[in-house]
Design a binder for this molecule. Structure first.
Ligand SMILES: [Zn+2]
Length: 433
């Protein structure tokens, strides 16, 4: 059902002050649609023991009493938050604060689980205190159909590799590694080693370098994870003594995450594998700060650029006033010192404004607990469900002229295809008679 839900229009053309209102409208549309779709499963306020049962004809010819219960939702984390009526960029299983999402969570100190019964009570109360309470737990006030059907709402989002790990965390890691390789001018070496990985047994390495592809898919990420560690180690070989501690951390951190990824793919677990998973996760968190500059957002980068412009002006003034008294070697030393000073100063706003507080990094911290509850993580094939996304909105978008007026074009494109399909069916029916 989830792939059939409406895809809201792109928010990038909406002004900031109208954005909150638009998101609220999107949420209401989504909720209303879900309410209609799930209406047969909705509990009456005081259901009798019989009210939720249906008589269903089974394959053996007998009728059976059937009681449908929603058990799982498979989606990306932003979709989970929409479906669960939560704010964006929060965890769907626990009440972790937004400012702590990037922190390592010790197994003995997990966050409290989301309690949707409490949220429903608070939402129904609609008092000042209860609204503030909902806000502090990053929950939107209002009706949510999942709170009214027979299911445990906080159990519905199920962990899966594709969105959280393969095109989530591994994709982030790839960007961070490339950032650090570029800083240390190793990116060309990395690309060369990457492309030289030979095929071996069932391993088929990619024929494209990192910069040639804008978006890697889950299958490619899974294949890459098998030789990625070796490529990173070889690319970061050598370097000055001062660089070594950074480089060592830049090797340790991906090793931790890749090791974690290998363990979560096991088809069965015991205490030992869970503790190895925990160790790998701890290693990843211990060394992740080496990639903090790769996490700098647009604002931090703009601040750093403004600072650079200011310092370059200062350098120019300094050079013009002192240049006459400098020898060639002195000039070289001074300019080098300025260069180091500027790059050091530019890192400060990036470091101050960057953090690791994004949902996926926290979601994987909960996986050990979820494995204990539900067993080994399943790999789900999403290709079938992704197909309607390609045929419905994506093909139409590609055929449009990509301007602000693209929506009617996407709809017209789809209508044309359907017209042809209907004509084809009519034609077939006519030829049969
Ligand atoms: Zn958590």
């Amino acid at each position: 059902m989830v792939p059939l839900l409406p895809i809201p229009i792109n928010n990038c053309n909406i002004l900031q002050n109208a954005l909150v209102e638009q998101r609220q409208t999107n949420r209401e549309v989504l909720n209303d649609l879900l309410r209609r779709a799930l209406h047969p499963l909705t509990c009456k306020p005081y259901p009798s023991s019989e009210s939720r049962y249906y008589s269903v004809l089974c394959a053996d010819g007998n009728f059976r009493r059937w009681n449908p219960v929603v058990l799982a939702l498979l989606a990306d984390c932003t979709e989970y938050t929409n479906l669960d009526h939560l704010e964006w960029h929060v965890g769907s299983w626990c009440e972790c604060q937004k400012t702590e999402l990037g922190d390592y969570v010790h197994t003995n100190k997990p966050h409290s689980r989301r309690d949707h019964n409490l949220y429903r009570t608070l939402s129904d109360a609609n008092a000042k205190g209860s609204n503030a309470e909902l806000l502090s737990r990053d929950v939107h006030r209002g009706f949510n159909v999942f709170q009214h059907i027979l299911s445990t709402v906080n159990d519905l989002p199920k962990p899966h590799h594709l969105h959280t790990m393969q095109i989530g965390m591994l994709d982030h890691l790839q960007k961070w590694i490339f950032h650090i390789l570029k800083t240390h001018e190793r990116h060309n070496k990395y690309s060369a080693i990457w492309l030289s990985v030979p095929a071996y047994h069932d391993l088929i390495p990619t024929k494209k370098s990192y910069t040639e592809v804008s978006q890697w898919n889950g299958k490619e990420m899974g294949e890459m994870s098998r030789y990625w560690d070796g490529v990173v180690i070889q690319s970061l070989r050598g370097g000055s003594h001062a660089q070594r501690s950074i480089i060592n951390h830049a090797i340790e951190c991906p090793q931790g995450l890749l090791e974690f990824y290998m363990y979560v793919r096991y088809e069965s677990h015991n205490d030992a594998t869970l503790s190895y998973m925990e160790d790998a996760m701890r290693r990843f968190h211990n060394f992740k700060n080496v990639f903090i500059l790769g996490r700098a957002g647009k604002k931090a980068k703009a601040k750093a650029k403004a600072l650079r412009r200011e310092l370059v002006k200062k350098r120019k003034v300094h050079k013009e006033t002192k240049a006459d008294s400098w020898t060639a070697s002195k000039k070289w030393c001074e300019m080098n010192a300025w260069q180091d000073y500027i790059s050091h100063k530019m890192d400060i706003p990036k470091e101050l404004d960057a953090d690791f507080n994004f949902p996926k990094i926290h979601l994987i911290s909960d996986w050990a607990e979820l494995i204990c509850r539900y067993g080994a993580l399943q790999q789900y094939l999403a290709e079938r469900h992704e197909q309607p996304h390609n045929t419905n909105p994506k093909d139409g978008w590609n055929a449009s002229n990509h301007n602000l007026n693209y929506l009617p074009q996407v709809i017209t494109f789809q209508r044309h295809i359907q017209c042809f399909e209907i004509r084809e069916l009519n034609h077939k029916a006519l030829t049969q008679h």
